[in-house]
Design a protein around this ligand. Structure first.
Ligand code: ARG
Length: 465
């Protein structure tokens, strides 16, 4: 007992924690990010303890004032947390006790770091959901603006990365708007999952004092309270949902990055990413590399990794709290930081990207992209689709051999393949007509894309998230 054990649990220990174990288990380096949530939670908890008759009003006042001072000190960078106090919660508690002595020691009654930490993380996750949703909306706006700007630009639509049918570039861009709309929903759902107040669960069995949990939830901006204390202290599903939403968001970012990277090649030349978002090569003077898009694609790996990390941490845990759960935070924080930085740079880069309309449109005119339209033309004249398909297949083969495009075939040439062709076939041969014929909800006809853009703008405007 010679060496005093300074830890909050020091009472039952004969020896202090080994320095190595202390360093190994400390989380201050990263969970200090939760200091605001922790202090706000403690202030509300102090009030709850007054109602529960554990603290007097005067004691609570003293505690709250000291906590507010600590908050200000931390915000101003005057107070630094110490690794020896293990985590953000112990640090703030020790700062409180250093400030006001005995009274500070009363705050933790009925509370455990087990219900405290998850309350902090839930507050944090809720806040970050709104931040990320805001950034997603900004990116969506960039996509809408570009779609509007390029409303009539024709490009080849691809399947298997082979030219398939002509589409509008605006339609292609609006496809990403839709993906991000789903991502937003998923983040909002993760935010709802996080919106559960866990204080009052104690270490695992429920606080031993009469904490008004509903009032505490209200004060902390939560709409619900947890229903089972064992679950409450060990549930990290909301973080998994957050990381899953982030993984899909990154999947979508990565898909578009891949397109930008391919499109910016000399071979495609569909886009020119601004100099401000590309880098040169230290050896090859001609190079202009799409590094930002590549990094966004690459960072997808980190976010997937974080999701896997979280699921793996959780999978073998018996109820209730286990220290493994401390490992949830870096996965969440890294996900937040990565997603936010990617969304921010992406909006910038995309807004500054130039689309080479002529090149895209020229590409859409080469490669028999209207072959399906010709088959449909034949269907319209009574030929069964499978037969029409075969006839047009032969036309394509003929064009390949003679190095021609379908739209330049004369009526006589077409008639050699089927006698139902008449003059009006010219109406289906062009990329323009092919697009105009997709006048169906969700289709690429300009009027439909315009509608989609209008709807998207309205949705973004009315979306209160
Ligand atoms: N730093 C811990 C964590 O992040 C806080 C809870 C610690 N609880 C405990 N009983 N050791 O999970």
């Amino acid at each position: 007992m010679a060496e005093k054990n300074k830890k909050a649990w020091g009472g039952r220990f004969r020896e202090p924690l080994a320095k190595t174990a202390e360093a190994f288990s400390s989380s201050v380096a990263y969970d200090s990010r939760l200091f605001k949530q922790d202090i706000v939670g403690s202030i509300a908890y102090a009030r709850a303890l007054v109602k529960a008759k554990v603290l007097s009003a005067a004691e609570a006042k003293k505690i709250i004032r000291a906590l507010e001072e600590i908050m200000r000190g931390m915000q101003a960078g005057r107070i630094a947390l110490k690794a020896e106090f293990e985590d953000v919660h112990m640090n703030i508690e020790s700062l409180l006790i250093a400030k006001i002595g005995e009274t500070g020691k009363k705050l933790h009654a009925g509370r455990s770091r087990n219900d405290q930490v998850v309350t902090d993380v839930r507050m944090y996750a809720k806040y970050e959901v709104t931040e990320i949703v805001r950034l997603i909306k900004k990116l969506q706006t960039v996509f809408i603006d570009l779609a509007e700007k390029h409303i009539k630009v024709i490009m080849p639509g691809y399947t298997h990365l082979q030219r398939a049918q002509p589409v509008l570039l605006s339609h292609h861009l609006m496809a990403y708007y839709e993906m991000f709309a789903r991502d937003k929903e998923k983040f909002l759902a993760a935010g709802c999952e996080a919106d559960v107040m866990t204080l009052g669960s104690g270490a695992l069995a429920g606080a031993g004092f009469d904490i008004d949990r509903e009032a505490l939830a209200k004060e902390l901006g939560f709409s619900k309270i947890s229903k089972n204390s064992l679950d409450a202290v060990s549930d990290r599903d909301f973080i998994v949902s957050f990381a899953a939403a982030a993984s899909l968001l990154m999947t979508h970012i990565s898909r578009f990055s891949e397109e930008l990277i391919i499109w910016s090649t000399y071979e495609f030349n569909f886009v020119e990413i601004s100099d401000r978002y590309t880098t040169g090569s230290s050896i090859m003077p001609q190079k202009k590399n799409p590094d930002i898009a590549e990094l966004c694609r690459g960072k997808t790996g980190r976010v997937f990794g974080n999701l896997t990390r979280l699921l793996t941490i959780l999978k073998g845990l018996p109820l209730a709290y286990n220290r493994d759960l401390q490992e949830d935070k870096e996965a969440l924080f890294d996900t937040v930081d990565t997603v936010k930085s990617v969304l921010a740079i992406y909006s910038e880069m995309l807004a500054a990207t130039k689309f080479n309309a002529e090149v895209m449109t020229a590409a859409a005119r080469k490669g028999y992209l209207t072959a399906t339209d010709v088959a449909y033309y034949l269907v319209g004249r009574g030929i069964p689709f499978r037969e029409a398909h075969a006839i047009v297949g032969k036309i394509v083969a003929y064009c390949e051999e003679s190095n021609m495009q379908i739209e330049y075939l004369s009526l006589n040439q077409l008639k050699q393949f089927s006698d139902v062709f008449t003059y009006d076939v010219t109406r289906v041969l062009s990329a323009e007509s092919s697009i105009a014929n997709r006048d169906i909800p969700g289709g690429t006809a300009a009027s439909r894309v315009k509608e989609a853009i209008k709807r998207a703008r309205k949705d973004l405007l009315h979306d209160k998230a």
